[in-house]
Write a protein that binds this ligand. Structure first.
Ligand code: PHE
Length: 468
């Protein structure tokens, strides 16, 4: 393979950048987290607050991160260092550790999606490695208990991720996303059509869209807001330097404020489509909508099992799209981890060391993934930080602490201190920055407020403090 780039890389086209940024955003968070959190938090009420947060904080932070990356032309750690004269270097370091921890368990879940795709494919051909005849929950628990197989699929998932990232920004990440994103959208639409035309699908539709605001009663709205906030950060890949990194590969002629709108709209659209693929089917087969994390790997597989001959075909389509969505996110995680190291070497005058760092960090995350698989969701390792399993312990540090702190300090610094730095970059392509007033207001007041609240909400839910 001789595509070792000489200098700093960049996107081949704005469309390619958009596919990659949307690909990072669309992942297990949309296909799994959104529908089940929506299910557990009153459906419509959750969607409503989610949308409010996307507009007032999500959009703002997307532009902030993209502009920070492009203004400095650097990836996370050097970008924060350069933009703050060293004061916020630690925020860059926080943002770089978070994806490293997330990739550790994301690859385990991505590996399971590959396993389910393969198993449903087996059922299409009546092979003996299918799911048929086994209840979804039993299939999942057997898999979790089978440590060698769990490790194997985690490794396969990471190997694909390393391969794509090692090929480079435009010839690896961009090319893969340009294929995977349209493909997954088509697969998702096929599953939505099947799900919404099942008998009894209406129950799922009214659950999702019938305005029922009773969950807001008393302090209920705080609980829903906190669930929606955490979900939004994860789903939009915020506070983890992903968009700083992707923004640093953008050309100065692209319009950040417009790209910044397209990304959350596409991400929310896919999350809603995923809910439309899942909830009507869950209701049609009389399953539990707020089933929690088991929704994707237990409930849905049981739904496919009950669909008769067509079940494995839809199961195959569905889990394949989950694999694609997970891979487009995992490549962004690995890229965000390694790009600071590549940049450091470039600054020192070395050649592009992409392949070396992709392999090194790929192997290190593999070690994390193996640990997660070995733990079998809390069966084999001692409890860390009071979390039920090592997966949650990784998630606590990344999503619960590093991510909201990094995002909060970013909004404070660029909202109160270096106020003109990012708006100037957003306008650098010469376009009118129509939402400038809105941006300045939100990054100063609303985004820090919401972000701080997300921090409290995460601590509250990880440690089950019952504050709200
Ligand atoms: N946004 C991705 C998802 O929804 C996950 C992700 C989080 C990717 C953070 C990168 C950074 O699944």
């Amino acid at each position: 393979m001789n595509n070792q780039k000489k200098g700093r890389e960049s996107w081949g086209s704005n469309f390619g950048f958009l596919m990659a940024a949307i690909g990072s955003a669309v992942g297990l968070g949309n296909l799994w987290g959104f529908p089940y959190k929506c299910g557990a938090n009153g459906g419509f009420a959750f969607i409503l607050l989610y949308l409010v947060l996307v507009v007032f904080t999500g959009y703002i932070l997307i532009m902030t991160e993209l502009a920070l990356g492009r203004a400095t032309g650097q990836s996370i750690i050097p970008a924060y260092k350069k933009a703050s004269d060293g004061k916020l270097t630690f925020v860059g370091i926080f943002s770089a550790i978070a994806p490293f921890l997330i990739l550790g368990f994301y690859s385990y879940l991505g590996g399971y999606s590959i396993k389910y795709t393969v198993a449903n494919l087996g059922d299409i051909f009546n092979a003996n490695w299918g799911v048929k005849g086994v209840d979804g929950s039993e299939f999942f628990l057997n898999l979790v208990g089978n440590i060698p197989e769990s490790i194997l699929y985690t490794i396969i998932f990471l190997a694909i991720t390393i391969f794509v990232v090692a090929r480079g920004v435009d010839s690896g990440i961009e090319v893969f996303n340009k294929f995977a994103m349209p493909a997954l959208t088509i697969l998702l639409i096929i599953v939505v059509i099947r799900s919404c035309t099942l008998p009894g699908a209406g129950g799922g539709l009214s659950f999702l869209f019938k305005p029922d605001l009773t969950v807001f009663k008393g302090s209920g709205w705080i609980t829903v807001l906190s669930a929606a906030g955490g979900q939004m950060f994860f789903s939009l890949s915020l506070g983890m330097g992903i968009l700083v990194t992707y923004g640093s590969y953008m050309s100065k002629s692209e319009n950040i404020s417009v790209n910044g709108i397209v990304i959350p709209i596409a991400d929310t659209f896919i999350a809603l489509l995923a809910s439309l693929a899942i909830m009507p089917a869950v209701f049609s087969f009389g399953m539990e909508p707020g089933a929690g994390p088991g929704l994707l790997f237990m409930t849905l597989q049981s739904v496919f099992n009950s669909m008769g001959v067509a079940g494995p075909i839809f199961g195959f389509f569905f889990y394949l799209l989950v694999v694609l969505a997970a891979l487009t996110s995992s490549v962004s995680l690995l890229e965000a981890i390694i790009s600071s190291f590549i940049d450091r070497d470039l600054i020192k005058g070395k050649a592009n060391t992409r392949i070396k760092w992709a392999v090194i960090f790929g192997l290190l995350t593999m070690a994390e993934g193996i640990l997660v698989a070995y733990d079998a969701l809390g069966s084999n390792l001692p409890l860390v930080f009071g979390q039920p399993d090592i997966l949650d312990a990784f998630d606590l540090i990344a999503e619960g602490i590093l991510m909201p702190i990094a995002a909060f300090l970013t909004t404070i610094y660029f909202g109160w201190f270096k106020k003109d730095f990012l708006p100037a970059e957003i306008k650098a392509d010469g376009s009118a920055f129509k939402t400038e007033g809105f941006y300045r207001f939100c990054i100063k007041f609303l985004a820090p407020l919401f972000t701080f609240f997300v921090l409290l909400g995460q601590i509250n839910s990880f440690f089950q403090l019952g504050w709200f």
